[in-house]
Design a protein around this ligand. Structure first.
Ligand code: NAP
Length: 532
């Protein structure tokens, strides 16, 4: 049996259970007492403090500093590239069985201390308990899943062997051979995760690269570098050899290009916006002096995801799913359903239900576990508020539209009605708590409008008619399509995740072939007989 079949998803914590509630509250208090510390770079295991620091703030309480993180410049980036190149010579020779051990150990410890990791995310990313716990669970899942997948990849299916039994009078026999296809590592990888899944995506992209035998330079998002540091500490705790994972926080605009352009970089594993992703894709394509390979780029980018509802659907369920898709973690998921496309005969009814449902959402700090929290930072706040102004001109404001308490970056859940498919708020990723409702003539028109975007990440289709569901499954152009469900909440192994078109390079994180992106297949043929 393949190792991957023994994988099980980490369950989500039920915080209604008083024991769990007490435990998370204790961890939140403990983490709060540790806020405001300094965090260095880690290159080859060495702690390096820089003069310039990134001030990482709690987005729900702007005057609370989560930590001061050293910011690397190009000098430190070059050092990290040299260390990672040197360490690759030894790490790439470490057997897969030994490499997977570090992932299993890290997931075991993270499971034991899951509330601690969850609590750090509550402070640094503004998630509520449920969202942060799901992030921790996903990080554990990625490590468990990729470790098993690596064990399978290290023992690939046998190749077709030469048939020695041909009739020599009729055919020329070929010499007997032993043939093997092995998956070997690529080299130095630059891993660039976003802030919105600061543990899960970071852990998944780092460990998939490491377990396949590559060395890594991790440049975390400047908004969530403390969580990045906590993960690096965990990998040190499990004994990962020095230099395999190098922690290089800094400003993407300063060291990002340097790392991407370097001839020492063999691959880039990026998750973030369309703008940064396409920039990396273009720059990585240019062969630099001294470069001896073509760089691999895995880019997971944005989305303009949506929920389609026809007139036969369970409208109460559809409304609930539209609201949780749009406003979970304040709409800051790449999978967030920022569009709902509804058949006109039920549009008014669904719109009213959606507004009623969204009115129930209460906004406040993640620490106190409100349904809705802040957006990530001032830049995001300004961007989302800008789109709300665009929406007020383009469409009909049905709910919200204002900022919340200025203690943090709070924005009310906002819904626009009568959005049309040429509107900017229909086409552009907003990445905040803003939902647009659009009318469609019928379900075919709704699917057509859904597809009228350059993105292709997630979608949902609500209907009770089997032929329509089959049609949606076939025709809705996205990497992750859900029927009669919300369009967020992918589970590792269960819903391999990743999008098409301007949503990315078509890879599937948490899917059965993900590790192949970080390897190159090597064919080994050994002649066994002396036939020529
Ligand atoms: P972002 O602004 O593109 O940043 C992503 C990462 O890229 C950060 O670590 C950032 O560093 C770094 N970066 C910035 N400029 C760079 C450069 N020139 N070269 C190299 N790296 C650079 O995106 P974000 O705001 O963090 O994340 C939100 C976006 O991610 C949304 O569009 C969302 O849809 C997308 N996303 C996609 C997926 C998916 O699986 N498809 C999952 C999650 C999020 P700094 O923080 O220091 O600028």
């Amino acid at each position: 049996m393949k190792n991957i079949y023994t994988f099980e998803n980490e369950p989500f914590v039920n915080f209604k259970n008083p024991k769990n509630k007490t435990e998370i509250e204790a961890q939140l208090n403990d983490v709060q007492s540790k806020l405001g510390k300094q965090y260095p770079l880690v290159i080859n295991g060495e702690r390096i403090k820089t003069e310039r620091v990134i001030e990482s703030l709690n987005p729900g309480k702007k005057d609370e500093v989560v930590g001061y993180v050293s910011a690397a410049g190009t000098k430190e980036a070059e050092r990290a590239l040299n260390v990672a190149s040197e360490t690759f010579k030894t790490w790439s020779k470490v057997p897969a069985k030994e490499r997977v051990h570090y992932l299993f150990e890290a997931s075991r410890i993270m499971r034991e201390r899951k509330h601690e990791f969850t609590a750090w995310m509550v402070f640094e990313s503004g998630k509520n308990w449920l969202e942060a716990d799901a992030d921790t669970a996903e990080a554990i899942d990625f490590m468990e899943y990729y470790a098993r997948q690596m064990l399978d990849l290290a023992n690939p299916e046998p190749l077709i062997q030469i048939n020695p039994n041909v009739d020599p009078d009729m055919y020329r026999p070929l010499p007997a051979e032993d043939n093997k296809l092995e998956y070997i590592p690529l080299g130095v990888g630059v891993v660039i995760p976003p802030w919105n899944f600061p543990l899960a995506i970071l852990a998944g992209t780092v460990t998939s690269a490491i377990v396949t035998g590559n060395t890594v330079i991790l440049k975390p998002s400047e908004l969530t570098s403390v969580i990045g540091y906590k993960f690096v500490e965990l990998m040190e705790e499990v004994g990962l050899p020095k230099g395999v994972l190098n922690f290089l926080p800094g400003y993407g605009s300063e060291i990002g290009d340097y790392l991407v352009d370097s001839p020492k970089t063999r691959f880039i594993s990026f998750t973030g916006s369309r703008a940064t992703g396409t920039r990396i894709y273009e720059r990585a394509a240019k062969v630099q002096p001294g470069q001896r390979w073509l760089k691999t780029v895995v880019a997971e980018m944005g989305g303009k995801d949506g929920v389609v509802v026809d007139e036969t659907a369970d409208l109460d369920q559809a409304a609930k799913d539209i609201v949780s898709s749009a406003f979970g973690f304040q709409g800051q998921k790449c999978s967030a359903g920022s569009r709902a496309i509804i058949v006109e005969s039920v549009y008014d009814e669904v719109a009213a239900k959606v507004v009623d449902e969204a009115k129930k959402l209460v906004m406040g700090p993640g620490k106190d576990n409100f349904e809705m929290g802040p957006v990530s930072d001032q830049k995001s706040f300004d961007k989302v508020m800008g789109y709300i102004e665009v929406g007020k001109k383009e469409a009909e404001l049905l709910l919200g539209g204002e900022a919340g308490s200025d203690e943090g970056y709070y924005i009310e859940p906002t819904i626009f009605g009568n959005v049309v498919e040429t509107d900017r708020i229909f086409q552009e990723e907003i990445f905040g708590p803003v939902l647009g409702l659009t009318k469609a003539k019928d379900y075919k028109d709704a699917i057509r409008q859904y597809n009228n975007t350059e993105y292709g990440l997630t979608g949902a289709f609500h209907s009770t008619v089997e032929e329509r569901i089959e049609e949606a499954l076939e025709d809705m152009q996205c990497g992750n399509l859900y029927i009669n469900k919300k369009c967020t909440g992918a589970l590792v192994g269960v819903h391999p995740f990743g999008g098409y078109n301007m949503s990315g390079t078509d890879s599937k994180a948490g899917g059965p072939d993900y590790l192949l992106y970080f390897t190159q297949p090597k064919m080994k043929t050994r002649k066994l007989s002396n036939l020529s």
